[in-house]
Design a protein around this ligand. Structure first.
Ligand SMILES: [Zn+2]
Length: 195
């Protein structure tokens, strides 16, 4: 870590195989938690084949994975770059007011990879997290039925309601960076259950 040497991370994937992630760098040590912080920004993102969330992992391996905390900063940079610094829903372009949102939430084990990310402005990020706004696996925006019926000022009408049933305005050009449809579907089901 101190010499900033490139390392190879042999990441166990489905079927007992391994995927070689190279180069990765250790950028921090968290002694109390016995873990290192790994920067994966230099690895070409399409090369990363994460073990699927549902995969039955060897318990000792699962434990190993939880001891590696991925570096979060490159996630924001990579996601904003993929969306050309624009909100996926409304195309707003002021980077100070843009977030890299997780589709599968990071608190629930979502990975910091571009295909699990969406660039969203602050209001659309909050609306997505609070299930006011959903995104279908076909990249269409849906607004919670109760919120659709509400009557309020221009922010509600133009900022939220008008996007109902519209396609995302911005998606990454490269297919390998576009949002993962299975992750979107799982998240969309949560949105439907909340509406
Ligand atoms: Zn927006």
């Amino acid at each position: 870590m101190m010499e900033r040497l490139p390392l190879i991370w042999w990441l166990g994937v489905q079927g007992g195989g391994y995927s070689a992630l190279y180069p990765i760098y250790l950028v921090g040590e968290e002694r109390d938690d016995l873990q290192f912080v790994v920067d994966i920004d230099a690895v070409p993102q399409p090369d990363i084949e994460w073990p699927s969330i549902e995969l039955e992992m060897d318990p000792s391996y699962r434990q190993q994975l939880t001891k590696i905390r991925l570096h979060q900063r490159p996630f924001r940079a990579a996601v904003l770059r993929a969306y050309r610094t624009s909100c996926a829903v409304c195309a707003f372009r002021h980077s100070d007011l843009l977030d890299a949102a997780h589709i599968h939430e990071d608190g629930a084990g979502g990975l910091p990879v571009v295909t699990n990310g969406l660039t969203l402005c602050k209001i659309h990020h909050a609306a997505y997290d609070r299930r006011i706004l959903g995104i279908t696996p076909d990249y269409e925006v849906r607004v919670n039925a109760d919120v659709l019926r509400e009557v309020d000022g221009p922010m509600l009408r133009h900022g939220i309601q008008d996007f109902h049933s519209k396609q995302l305005m911005v998606v990454p050009e490269r297919r390998a960076q576009q949002p993962d449809r299975e992750l979107l579907e799982a998240r969309y089901r949560v949105f439907l259950n909340a509406s």
